[in-house]
Structures are given as structure tokens and as C-alpha cells.
Write a protein that binds this ligand. Structure first.
Ligand code: AMP
Ligand code: ZN
Length: 342
């Protein structure tokens, strides 16, 4: 597949109205009604039922099989980063609005009394918009929430010294936090991201990304979902962020696999394919075996979004999903993946 998409053609395609909008703005309400997602009262924070988790976990198994030939080292971290590493990551330069810091009470008895008094006042004020005065007693911890599943691994890899010959590939999975409350069910504040991350020479990582654009497409086709591969950019903050976003597009650093889910008129990014060039290699001082700065790329599977897309397109009763999709997720997953990769 040729991933060097002509930006002018792409802009024209994006400007054209979709011929048929297959998104469903009632999806969240229907899924809550059916008990598949559980309301908490907070936009973007949902409980997941057994039915939802079953699909998501089976997708994750399928992704593992899809990447079985990658010799990826599995690394799992809790959904928090060391604050120090977060500070060094430059995330706050680009996405200050999305980051979530973790605070905790660290005071003495007098502070505790102040905390409880402020809390009593908050609760006594009733059910309207609550005051956050009690939070004056909360102090920063040494942790922040993980914003993307690959973030915890770069400093860990850097500490190991130079990459082995041929680079290295990692398989990561984490709950992530992004402060972007929304009534769109596919824009959650806490969600799971599964990634394969490749570090190595520019050639190695570009080959990896192209392979995963193909594989991701084959996978979503197997899931019976309509999709497009689009040139994309990250939501860099502020006025300066527009320039960075434009440059990211010009250099074709980010592609997304988009599927109509719940946003009217706009398909949702369910997978992303990112080339970071030497950004993380330079930042974290990760070198290739020959001493060159490592380049990196990652493919990210949005687990909740892909699950939502399946419920959107195949219906709320998984027993009635198309045979091919049922065979892939509930049947011989290995055989289905092998067939698709051939
Ligand atoms: P990104 O780092 O923004 O490319 O995100 C990687 C993947 O995570 C995306 O392709 C989405 O599938 C998923 N994702 C990103 N933001 C959210 C969100 N707010 N809610 C649910 N999934 C998300
Ligand atoms: Zn990543």
C-alpha cells in the first residue's frame, strides 16, 4: 500500500460531504439502555458490562495473534507515570489541556480538620455545582496519569543502554487518561490503548508503520467494519499548536484508521499509526546499536473505540453478529488471523 498520500487530494476528499453518514449519535443511550455501558454521571467515564469486556478482551487476543511475528517484548505498567519522566517527556508542551496529575492528602491533624470542614461545607451546599475548596488540602504526588500506552516505556528502554542490532519492538497495553470530557461515547476520559512500538533505524520503523497500516486495515476488514485511512494530526494546544499540527501533516507523520461510530458527519479514529522520527530517541537518549539516535513508530489500537464500532455496526446482541466476525472473536481466532495475513 502506498502511504504517501498527496495532501491536496486528501484535503479535497475531507472537504467533500460523506455520501452516507453511518455514525449513530444515539449509540451511547442505546448501549446504556441495554446495560452494555453503565452511566456514572460523568461524561467519558463509564462502567463496562461483561458483554463489553468480553468483546474488548477477545479483540485484544486477536491483536496479540496479529502481532505474533513481531517478536515484541511484552511490557505492562499501571496507568501512572513517574512525574519526573512525565516532566521530561515534553507532553505539557503539546497537550497541557489533556494531562491528568494525581494529588493526595499529605497533611497533619490540623490540615485534616481543615479538609473535613471544607468537605462538610461542600456537601452541605447540596447537589448543584460543588465547590472544590477541600482540594486545597491535596498536594501533588510523584505520579501523573499515563496519557498514551507507549509513554512509560521510553525511559525504561533508555536505561538499558543502546538497542540491540536490528532495533526492538514492544507490546504495551494500558488504561490511559485524557481530560477531554465529552458526550461522545468514543471520546472517553479513561480508556485502553494497545500498542506495538518499534525503535530502530528510520528504515526499520517506516517499514513497520507501513506493515501495520496494511495489517490494521486487514484486521478491521475482518471485523466487518467500514473504514478509511486518513492523514491526521494530534490536537496540539494553542495557536503555536496549529503550526506544529500542520507540519505533522506535511511530513505525514500520523495516519488514522477511521470508522463511523457516534459522531455525526465525522468518522472516529480507532487505530493510529505514528512515526515520531527521532523525537523520543533524542529526548530519552535512546541509541541504535551503531550509535545513531533511534527513530520510533507505534501502532495504537483504541480498544474501547473499536469495541464501540462493533456494537454500532453489528448491533447490541453479539449473538447476531456476522458469522465471520463471530468466527474471528469466538471461534478459531488463530486460523482467522492466519487466513487474513495470507
Ligand atoms: P492517539 O495517541 O491520539 O493517536 O490515540 C491512540 C488511539 O487511542 C486512537 O486511535 C483512539 O483509538 C484511542 N483514543 C484516543 N483518544 C481517545 C479517547 N478520548 N477515548 C477513547 N479512545 C481514545
Ligand atoms: Zn504510542
Amino acid at each position: 500500500m502506498n502511504t504517501r498520500i498527496d495532501p491536496a487530494a486528501l484535503e479535497a476528499a475531507e472537504a467533500a460531504p460523506p455520501s452516507h453518514d453511518a455514525s449513530d449519535p444515539t449509540l451511547l443511550a442505546r448501549m446504556i439502555e441495554a446495560g452494555i455501558l453503565v452511566e456514572t454521571g460523568e461524561d467519558g467515564i463509564y462502567g463496562r458490562s461483561a458483554a463489553f469486556e468480553d468483546v474488548l478482551e477477545r479483540l485484544s487476543v486477536a491483536v496479540t495473534l496479529l502481532g505474533a511475528d513481531q517478536n515484541a517484548e511484552v511490557l505492562r505498567f499501571p496507568p501512572a507515570l513517574r512525574r519526573r519522566d512525565f516532566e521530561d517527556s515534553e507532553y505539557l508542551k503539546s497537550f497541557p489541556d489533556l494531562a491528568g496529575t494525581i494529588h493526595a492528602f499529605q497533611g497533619n491533624d490540623a490540615d485534616h480538620r481543615r479538609l473535613l470542614a471544607a468537605l462538610d461545607a461542600t456537601i452541605a451546599a447540596g447537589d448543584g455545582e460543588r465547590s472544590d475548596e477541600w482540594m486545597d488540602q491535596q498536594k501533588p504526588t510523584r505520579l501523573v496519569f499515563t496519557p498514551a500506552a507507549c509513554y512509560p516505556i521510553y525511559p525504561v528502554i533508555a536505561r538499558r543502554g543502546a538497542l540491540p542490532e536490528g532495533g526492538a519492538t514492544f507490546d504495551v497495553f494500558s488504561y490511559c487518561f485524557r481530560h477531554e470530557p465529552s458526550v461522545d461515547p468514543s471520546r472517553m476520559q479513561m480508556f485502553r490503548m494497545r500498542e506495538f512500538v518499534r525503535l530502530g533505524s528510520p528504515g526499520d520503523v517506516m517499514t513497520f508503520r507501513e506493515k501495520w497500516i496494511e495489517r490494521g486495515s486487514a484486521f478491521v476488514k475482518m471485523l466487518g467494519l467500514p473504514f478509511d485511512i486518513d492523514l491526521a494530526n494530534d490536537p496540539f494546544f494553542g495557536r503555536g499548536g496549529k503550526i506544529v499540527a500542520n507540519s505533522q501533516r506535511e511530513q505525514q507523520l500520523k495516519f488514522e484508521l477511521v470508522i463511523p461510530v457516534a459522531t455525526p458527519g465525522r468518522p472516529t479514529a480507532c487505530l493510529s499509526f505514528n512515526y515520531h522520527m527521532d523525537h523520543f530517541g533524542t529526548l530519552w537518549k535512546i541509541d541504535c546499536a551503531n550509535g545513531d539516535v533511534a527513530h520510533s513508530a507505534c501502532v495504537a489500537f483504541g480498544m474501547e473505540r473499536t469495541t464501540l464500532a462493533l456494537f454500532r455496526h453489528h448491533g447490541l446482541d453479539v449473538r447476531a453478529w456476522p458469522d465471520g466476525v463471530r468466527a474471528l472473536l469466538w471461534g478459531d481466532t488463530q486460523a482467522a488471523i492466519d487466513a487474513a495475513l495470507r
